[in-house]
Design a binder for this molecule. Sequence first.
Ligand code: FE2
Ligand code: FE2
Length: 158
Amino acid sequence: MSSHVPSPRSTSGRPRELLSQDHVRIERLFTELLGAFATGDREAIASEWTRFDEALRAHLDAEEVHILPLFRAVDVDEAARIAEDHAYFRGKLGELAVCVDLHVVSLPMATEFVDRLRAHAAREDALMYRWADTHLEHPASTSIGEKLTSLRPAMSLQ
Ligand SMILES: [Fe+2]
Ligand SMILES: [Fe+2]
């Protein structure tokens, strides 16, 4: 199974760019998972699922470790909304893992998940990422980048 999704190359290295590129990659991985599903190739489905699951969990973890605690101090309500969305995504990953195993992922289920991911991405970009770009020190950007699977060059992507 070869890699289909090129690793993004950040130009600014700032949190907003790193994380926005990762949103795009995560959505592509989900599309590829659905593509694998359409072929019925169990090995491809399992491989695409692992890539998607790892990428999304790493993204959520990076935000929760490096941004959300600091952002919460300036906007507690917005931080709570973001944390609620993250809880929803983790719950859905658990549900989807079962559905993927059983080969019963439906189009409405997939569409709902992608719509929620897009809404969450837009929400983060409007406030939290802009705040992070102007308030986080450079080491935080490095730490975020190290967590994202899109920036781990050789990690199980070949
Ligand atoms: Fe998030
Ligand atoms: Fe995000």
